[in-house]
Design a binder for this molecule. Structure first.
Ligand code: HEC
Length: 77
C-alpha cells in the first residue's frame, strides 16, 4: 500500500511559488489574485504554460499541486 501523502496546500504553494509576483489584492509584477478573471480551465493552463513574463510551472508542479493552487485562487476571489 502506498504511503499516505498529505494533500498539497494551495496557500503554502502560493506563498512559495507565486507571491513574489502576485499579491492577493494589489498589483505587483503580475495582477492581483482578486483581479484574475479567467475561468478554472484557463487558470490551470496559465499556471502550466506561463504567459509572457510569467514562467511555466508544468515541470515544477504536479496536477494535484496545480489543482490546489487553482482552488486557493478561486477561494480568494
Ligand atoms: C516572475 C513573476 C511571476 C511569478 C513567479 C508568477 N506569475 Fe503569474 N503572472 C505574472 C505576470 C507578469 C502575469 C501577466 C501576464 C500577461 O501579461 O499576460 C501573470 C499572470 C498570471 C495569471 C493570469 C491572470 C489573468 O487574469 O489574466 C494567473 C492566473 C497567474 N499569473 C497565476 C500565477 C500562479 C498561480 C503562480 C504561482 C504558481 C504565478 N502566477 C507565478 C508573473 C508571475
Amino acid at each position: 500500500m502506498p504511503l499516505a501523502r498529505a494533500a498539497p496546500d494551495g496557500a503554502e504553494l502560493f506563498s512559495q511559488k507565486c507571491a513574489m509576483c502576485h499579491d492577493l489584492s494589489k498589483k505587483k509584477m503580475g495582477p492581483a489574485v482578486k483581479n484574475m478573471t479567467v475561468d478554472t480551465k484557463t487558470l490551470r493552463a496559465i499556471i502550466s504554460n506561463g504567459r509572457k513574463m510569467m514562467p511555466p510551472y508544468a515541470s515544477m508542479l504536479d496536477a494535484e499541486q496545480i489543482d490546489a493552487l487553482v482552488a486557493y485562487i478561486k477561494a480568494q476571489q
